[in-house]
Design a protein around this ligand. Structure first.
Ligand code: AHR
Length: 343
């Protein structure tokens, strides 16, 4: 049985003392992570309401799993989960429900950046701390959320653009030769789309011979990406590069290229760049079908938990915490390496 907010508040001092006594703290990046608590130091459960974007990609599924594996009953949590099916309206509804249910924390991965001020004000008035994960929010008052943790999507885009620059040079491509880029975009207005798009657009502006052949909406899904890439290829337009804003959209693009009989990857005509580095994408990269995989790490459960532990201990977590990421080319990958990864 869950307790009301006032009851929980009156117990906070006891809980904080217990945590302080038992917690062994690890410092990783900007988040302090605690070792698991001894059973007897827990005074009650923490209820966490999580609003997830959807299940559009394998990355997203790994993100959801990370939250489910972290916020378990054994560790003293009750996780309330809502799949927003990529709709902001569903997320706003879920957040309002969590407020009504008097959860201890609201965690949400916002589908897009804008449009959160109102509902986050309601959470603040109800004194429910909000943690934003994965994508960011743009709000007038940053005190509306306690902390954010996720990827630096601009940095990811920069890594991809700089890699393309080096790759073309290494291939001996003249600086005058036209480089046409088909850009498969993710959900418009999401941080992942904004960062990756803005860096590509800046890269094109910096290279007079690069041009965007077309910008098509892949919506971070394999099916939509397949559809929109196939349409471009049916028009007889074959790009030099396909820049896909996530793995599953790259897989959709590969399907369309294969059906059109157009070669791609290391030995092929079309250079394929993608983001996430989840297992299916990495395997296609190892096989030489994809040229570049820029990592985007979905394992945010433990990071969110570390923030909650800080808040429970009366500490102020860092407002923004960026996850460290890398990138992979086919030569970097082996079956063992892919199997050893968690997603
Ligand atoms: O916000 C992270 C992005 O969302 C991932 O790149 C993508 O796969 C997911 O759908």
């Amino acid at each position: 049985m869950r307790m009301g907010r006032s009851e929980r508040e009156s117990r906070t001092a006891g809980r904080v003392a217990a945590l302080a006594a038992s917690a062994a703290l690890l410092l990783t990046g900007c988040i302090r992570q605690e070792l698991p608590q001894a059973e007897e130091t827990r005074e009650d459960i923490l209820v966490v309401g999580f609003s997830e974007v959807g299940a559009e990609s394998d990355w997203r599924v790994a993100n959801t799993e990370s939250m489910r594996h972290t916020f378990t009953e054994e560790k003293g949590y009750e996780l309330l989960f809502d799949d927003a099916k990529q709709k902001q309206g569903n997320q706003i509804k879920a957040i309002r429900n969590y407020i009504l249910q008097e959860v201890d924390y609201i965690v949400f991965a916002p589908v897009v950046e804008d449009g959160w001020d109102e509902v986050l004000k309601e959470a603040k008035e109800a004194k429910v701390p909000v943690i934003v994960v994965d994508r960011m929010v743009q709000v007038e008052d940053e005190s509306l959320f306690a902390a954010w943790v996720g990827s630096d999507f601009h940095q990811e885009g920069k890594v991809a653009v700089e890699w393309l620059e080096r790759y073309l040079e290494e291939k001996g491509r003249s600086e005058e030769a036209d480089v046409s880029i088909l850009h498969v975009q993710g959900t418009i207005g999401s941080s992942a789309q904004i960062g990756r798009t803005e860096e590509l657009v800046a890269g094109v502006a910096a290279h007079p011979n690069w041009r965007i052949l077309d910008q098509v909406p892949g919506e971070f899904t394999q099916a939509k990406s397949y559809e929109v890439v196939a349409e471009v290829l049916e028009r007889g337009e074959v790009p030099d590069v396909i820049y896909c804003e996530n793995d599953v959209s790259a897989l959709g693009a590969l399907q369309a290229l294969d059906e059109a009989g157009i070669s791609h990857g290391v030995e092929g005509d079309v250079i394929v760049i993608t983001f996430d580095a989840a297992r299916a994408g990495l395997t296609a990269c190892m096989d030489g079908q994809i040229n570049l995989e820029v990592e985007c790490n979905p394992l945010h459960g433990p990071r969110v938990e570390a923030i909650i532990r800080q808040l429970e201990a009366g500490e102020t977590p860092e407002k923004y915490c960026y996850v460290e990421e890398t990138y992979f080319e086919p030569g970097d990958l082996t079956e063992e390496l892919i199997a050893a990864r968690e997603y």
